[in-house]
Structures are given as C-alpha cells and as structure tokens.
Ligand binder design. Structure first.
Ligand SMILES: [Zn+2]
Length: 468
C-alpha cells in the first residue's frame, strides 16, 4: 500500500494529515544543486520514508516503480527546498504596528522602542501564533528549514516547546534556541540559560534541532556569558547577533577594551557550530578569528537595509572562504528575496556591479546554508537532490524563455523567480502544500486566531513603551 491518506503514523507519531510517505514525482525539470549540480528534464524522483531513493527519467522510474503513487510535476522545476539561516518567528506581531512618538533614528532606538517592548508583550498563545503564521509563510514560499532565534522574556520556560509543537504541526524542519540576555535582570537571564539547556536535552522529533541562543554582546555582561559558556554542552554551538550596528562594538570596547569578536572569544563562544548573525561592523582581525574558528556567519540584507545598519564585507568574506550563509531576520520566509537584495545591496554600496555575483549568492544561500543546517540534523543531507538526501523539495512553476542550465541558473533565479511560483512543498517526504493548497496548516484559521490576539499584544507593547 503506497498511498496513505489522512493521519500518517509510519515514521512520526505526531504527524497529522500530511500525505504520501512513498511517492514518485514524475515529469519534473530537476535542479539538483549539490556537488554534481545538474538540470535534468523529464525526470522523476522516487521518495521513500523521507529520503530520495532514486532519480531517473520519468519513463525509467515509472517502469521500476509501477505501483507508486505519483505526483505529476507537469514540467515544473523541482528543486531542494530553501533554507533560512537566521530568523525570528517572534517578530510576527510587528507587522503593521505603529511605534509611538518620533520614528527611531538608529538601530539601538529600534531595539529599545520596537523589539524589546514587543518581545515582552508575548505570552504562550502569542508565541504559538507568531510561530504558526511564520510557518504558513515558509511552506507557501518554499522554505523548508529555518533556524530561529526566539525571545519572549515574560514567557521563557517552555517557550521552545510551544514553537516546536507548531513546527511539528507544520511539518517543516527547524533549529530552535532562546536568546539569553541580561537586559531584564539576572533571574530572566538564568531562565533563558535554563530554557536552552532544557530544550537541547529534550527528546524531540528528528526534524527539530536545538542550539544555544544569545542575544548580542551589548546585552550580555561577563557573568551572563560565563553562565552560558558553562551551561552549553561542549558539542553544541551558539547562535548570536554580532556587530549588527556600531553600538555593539562601542559597547564592547567600553566594557572590556576588546572588540566584540575578541571579547566573545574569551568566553569560548566561537565553536564550529556557532552562528554569528550580521557581522556588519567587524574588522579584519575579527574576520580572521571567525574564519579560523570556522564560525557560520549569516547575512540578512533586507534587515540590514531596513535598519540602516550598513552592509557586511560580503565579497571579502567570501574570498576568505568564510562560511557565509543567508537568513531573513524575520522578514518574509521568501529566501529568494534576501538573495536578490544581497545581489543588489553590495553593488550599490560599493558602486561596483561585479560585487556579490550570482555564483557567490548561490554558494552562500544554497551550499553554505545546507552545510550549516546539516550540523543540527544527524545523518541528514540537505539542500540537494541526490540519492540518500532528505526529500525536502519544492516545485517552481517557472517557464524559462531563454536557455536555462547550471551555469546561468543563479541569474534565472535572481531575475526571474518569484516566491509565488512555488506550488508544492515537501519536507521529509511529506507533502505540506500541493498545487498551492496547504495540507498541514489552515492559513485562514491561523491568521484569524493570530488576529484575535493582536489587539492585546499591541496594548501590552504600548504599555511597555510608555514605561520606558
Ligand atoms: Zn536577528
């Protein structure tokens, strides 16, 4: 029996209402990515229990697996799902929200007047709602793995479980952590440490990874950093914002006499699984240290432009073989938007059209993102279509009117793809959206429930901002 409708319990006891554990995708234009990057027309992919088992021509695989349930890709591109290297589900309620008073004039003011009063306004229900609306967005836009960085200072203990449940319900892959900070006092700092440790040790679905979150150097005193370094198991990394704005460097120099990367190095934060988000204002010595330590650096161009913090040294870092990845920092889970903005941003800031070339954007957004995500999922190959790789796939309804081949594929994506072209999303072999119909999540209901909670969130936000 190949077709399993309704609730599937074969490999994942929590799985609800996704479809097809065993399936043959036919009539696909397959973009493999991976080392042997190729584009195959009229190809098929056979999937069994979450993994790609065979890739071949449609005719061959139909002959080989005649009884398999089929999904006809109708010539659409079938590609590995996109990966987001840094996001914040908790930011969802910022959409359309007014910041009282004069507009924030710089990034520190944005933190103080938008993000910090907002994260304090979240409770259990709104943490869940924020996650679910973000996950709907991810499924619709073909982002199949997300690395989240969570904060809700008035609901810390158990917050990562609430998000994990939402991820389970969606059927996506995610890596979760709690942003430890000392900005709300020692008790909440310790609660953040405990939440990371608890979640790292917890029994979780194979699609949910865990790391240890830290907000940023400027909101972590030495005692907090020491507590985090001591609490995090040696084989786990950290996930932290680094030098997003000059204020982080200035604070570090003021408090320690060292720049951010050197200061954090003293506490052993730079491990080979650590993610340093942004790194806009690090200097050459800091770059070298992060490179030596094999730290993953995420680039969020939409966020950097929105916050007017500047642009990281993308080309220098790529040339230095640093592990540059691409995230969205809570913008829409449409990763091609951040690819496109990275492609454009570095050209305009340097007045040089050779910067951030399409090949480097793909190296960061596809290859480096995949290697980063694989750190958190044992024996799982992500970001490529190959035998044995995870069946995390998207269908893209794109009809090229000029030749498309591996050599020019990045530019087809950068100039031709829109996230609305994603019609089908599959994770771990489960179909989460087919022909633009969401299967695991009910978008209208999730939006309605989130909207019902919104007035109270904004009320609490306004009360928090009045108290500043
Ligand atoms: Zn961030």
């Amino acid at each position: 029996m190949k077709f399993i409708a309704g609730c599937v319990t074969l490999a994942h006891s929590h799985w609800q209402c996704s479809r097809w554990v065993v399936v043959l995708i036919t009539n696909a234009t397959v973009v493999t990515w991976g080392e042997a990057n190729q584009v195959f027309t009229d190809h098929a992919i056979y999937i069994d229990v979450g993994k790609i088992v065979a890739i071949g021509t449609s005719a061959n695989l139909i002959a080989q697996y005649p009884a398999a349930e089929r999904i006809d890709a109708k010539g659409q591109l079938v590609m590995p799902g996109n990966i987001c290297a840094h996001t914040h589900f908790y930011g969802a309620y910022a959409r359309g929200m007014a910041i009282p008073g004069e507009p924030p004039a710089n990034f520190p003011q944005i933190l103080e007047r938008l993000w910090w009063p907002l994260d304090k306004a979240l409770d259990k229900d709104t943490v869940r709602a924020s996650a679910l609306v973000s996950l709907v967005d991810a499924v619709k836009h073909g982002t199949t793995t997300l690395i989240d960085h969570h904060a809700s200072p008035n609901f810390i203990d158990g917050s990562l479980d609430v998000i994990a449940e939402a991820v389970e319900q969606a059927g996506l892959r995610a890596v979760l952590c709690y942003e430890v900070t000392d900005r709300d006092g020692e008790d909440k700092m310790r609660a953040g440490v405990a939440e990371n440790v608890r979640f790292i040790r917890s029994k979780r679905s194979s699609r949910i990874g865990a790391t240890f979150g830290l907000h940023a150097s400027l909101t972590l005193n030495d005692a907090a950093l020491r507590a985090c370094a001591d609490a995090n198991p040696a084989d786990k990394g950290f996930h932290i914002h680094v030098a997003e704005h000059e204020a982080d460097e200035e604070d570090s120099l003021r408090s320690s006499g060292k720049r951010v990367v050197q200061r954090l190095n003293e506490f052993g934060i730079w491990r080979d699984k650590t993610i340093a988000a942004h790194c806009v204002h690090i200097d050459e010595a800091e770059r070298q240290l992060l490179q030596q330590k094999g730290v993953w650096i995420t680039h969020q161009p939409r966020s950097n432009m929105n916050n007017a913090v500047g642009a990281m040294a993308f080309d220098n870092m790529m040339a230095q073989n640093m592990r540059i990845c691409i995230g969205n920092d809570g913008f829409s889970n449409n990763m091609w938007a951040d690819w496109k903005e990275a492609y454009l941003l570095h050209k305009v800031v340097s007045r040089d059209p050779r910067k951030a070339n399409g090949g480097d954007i793909v190296r960061a957004g596809v290859y480096n993102n995949a290697r980063l995500a694989e750190q958190f999922f044992e024996q799982t190959i992500l970001g490529e279509i190959s035998v044995g790789a995870a069946a995390d796939l998207i269908f893209v309804d794109y009809h090229p009117f000029t030749p498309l081949h591996v050599g020019n594929l990045p530019w087809h994506i950068l100039f031709g793809f829109e996230s609305s072209m994603v019609t089908t999303t599959i994770v771990d072999g489960h179909v989460l959206m087919q022909d633009r119909q969401l299967i695991t999540l009910n978008e209208a209901e999730i939006a309605r429930e989130a909207l019902e909670l919104a007035p109270k969130v904004w009320e609490r936000y306004n009360a928090n901002i009045q108290a500043l």
